[in-house]
Write a protein that binds this ligand. Structure first.
Ligand SMILES: [Zn+2]
Length: 239
């Protein structure tokens, strides 16, 4: 029951073919066995919540394998966006403290933090290419080779040079569009840094693939090669 409800809530999961949906379901239960969920600020993580997170987290690694997430165990779910205290040192050596509001966060070795309010809204925010779970798990993939730099551990079918060339070309194009205040298929947050661009592009790739394909065909093709999925065609077939 929980599984069917999850597919209904998140139409981009429903758009997968029958074989992939069956595979996603198996992977989701393995994910639930291997990962530990905890709620922050008294939030009780129900089965529905854990399945909603696990299924979306498994979508990017459907054809890469769940081992891609072996580097961490914990998932901390906050009721809403969390405020993190940050420190930054300026050029004069002065340390500034500031608060950052986060819908999610992924750090090397874990845990992954997620705002339940944002996760819950993922069915409707798909139209604007927003998905906090896919964003944070794209960072997990990016960090698998040690650094968050927009280059995940690549399968042998993709060379590092080709990845970097396409990603930096597309990133430059995207930043240009943001600078001239154009409306884009991708969240403007992607202009922050190449690693954010990779995470933001991964969100759109899975939840609003046709928009990404129309605006960044080369980036779409690169991500399709990396994730070994073609969600734009699946979405077209699903109507
Ligand atoms: Zn990010």
């Amino acid at each position: 029951m929980t599984w069917r409800r999850t597919l209904k809530r998140f139409p981009f999961l429903q758009a997968l073919g029958a074989d992939d949906i069956a595979k996603l379901r198996r992977m989701t239960s393995l994910f639930l066995d291997r990962k530990e969920f905890s709620g922050a600020h008294g939030l009780a993580v129900t089965d529905d919540m854990a399945v909603a997170i696990a299924a979306q987290a498994c979508l990017p690694v459907l054809h890469l394998g769940l081992e891609a997430y072996d580097g961490f165990v914990g998932i901390v779910v906050h009721p809403g966006q969390a405020v993190a205290r940050r420190h930054a040192t300026d050029d004069d050596g002065i340390v500034h403290e500031y608060d950052e509001v986060l819908a999610g966060e992924a750090v090397q070795g874990g845990p992954v933090m997620l705002s339940w309010r944002d996760v819950r809204a993922s069915g409707s925010t798909a139209d604007i290419g927003y998905n906090v779970v896919i964003h944070e798990f794209a960072h997990v993939l990016d960090m698998a080779n040690g650094v968050a730099d927009g280059v995940p551990r690549l399968p042998t079918r993709i060379s590092r040079t080709a990845w970097q060339r396409t990603l930096s070309d597309e990133y430059a194009k995207f930043c240009g569009r943001i600078d001239s205040d154009e409306t884009t298929a991708l969240d403007s947050y992607g202009a922050e840094a190449p690693e954010e661009f990779f995470a933001v592009a991964s969100e759109a790739f899975f939840v609003s693939p046709r928009d990404l394909h129309a605006e960044h065909p080369a980036l779409y093709a690169l991500l399709a090669q990396f994730y070994a999925q073609d969600p734009a065609s699946a979405a077209r077939a699903a109507g």
